[in-house]
Design a protein around this ligand. Structure first.
Ligand SMILES: C[S@@+](CC[C@H](N)C(=O)[O-])C[C@H]1O[C@@H](n2cnc3c(N)ncnc32)[C@H](O)[C@@H]1O
Length: 203
């Protein structure tokens, strides 16, 4: 049976009701630090799956990335679009990440924050496979990963070594950095980690 949180209506209801305890009010400091370390090179592109209200999209554009974001909640997408000033090139699709058309090997970066942990763990093999396919060889999957427990509803945490088991050789770990509790909303405080994986060049 499809869990209710796999349906757009589950998320749409929460955005409309203003019940979004996962949201960080602004650009997460860990992302600001990453962008300072890795300013975009010419032609760099980023994909933000499950972008929600899109707190980070303008920061990626300001750092020089061509930005594509996807979310299947119309209210979240409307909020994300409203944050983008006229003339800033950010493409936001209202679509299901698993089925929408995106270019294979089309992105230098895929950014994660509370998208994977919102999915049924039974879909993690599929989501990580799709992300690896969308990355260019040499591209990176980076972001804030929830490292808490796995209960019967989202958020679902990575267990120790789980990401590596899922990713196999498709993506290789590059960095793991701590995220101070003060840099997360209460729901995730002390349980988010900054992780970076790379799709090997030539893969
Ligand atoms: C916990 S929220 C995180 C939103 C945002 N990344 C943030 O940090 O605020 C999970 C988001 O994933 C979206 N989502 C879940 N499954 C999805 C799917 N299959 N396709 C597109 N979006 C999806 C939901 O609509 C929701 O906005």
């Amino acid at each position: 049976m499809t869990p209710i949180f796999a349906e757009p209506a589950f998320w749409e209801e929460r955005y409309r009701a203003g019940q979004t305890p996962w949201e960080f009010p602004g650009v997460p400091p860990a992302l600001t630090r990453f962008l300072a370390r890795h300013p975009a090179q010419a032609g760099d592109t980023v994909l933000v799956p499950g972008c929600g209200s899109g707190q980070e999209l303008v920061a990626f554009a300001a750092a020089g990335y061509a930005v594509t974001a996807v979310d299947f909640s119309p209210t979240a997408v409307a909020r994300a679009r409203a944050r983008v000033p006229a003339g800033v090139a950010v493409r936001i699709l209202c679509a299901d990440f698993f089925t929408c058309a995106l270019p294979e090997a089309g992105f230098s970066l895929v950014y994660e924050r509370t998208f994977v942990c919102a999915l049924d763990p039974a879909r993690w093999a599929a989501v990580t496979r799709r992300i690896a396919t969308l990355l260019q060889p040499g591209g990176r999957w980076v972001g804030l990963f929830y490292e808490g427990p796995k209960e019967d509803r989202p958020p679902f945490g990575w267990e120790r070594g789980e990401a590596e088991r899922l990713l196999g050789a498709r993506l290789v770990p590059e960095a793991t950095l701590p995220v101070p509790a003060a840099e997360s909303p209460a729901l995730f405080a002390g349980r988010e980690g900054w992780r970076e994986w790379r799709r090997p060049a030539g893969s």
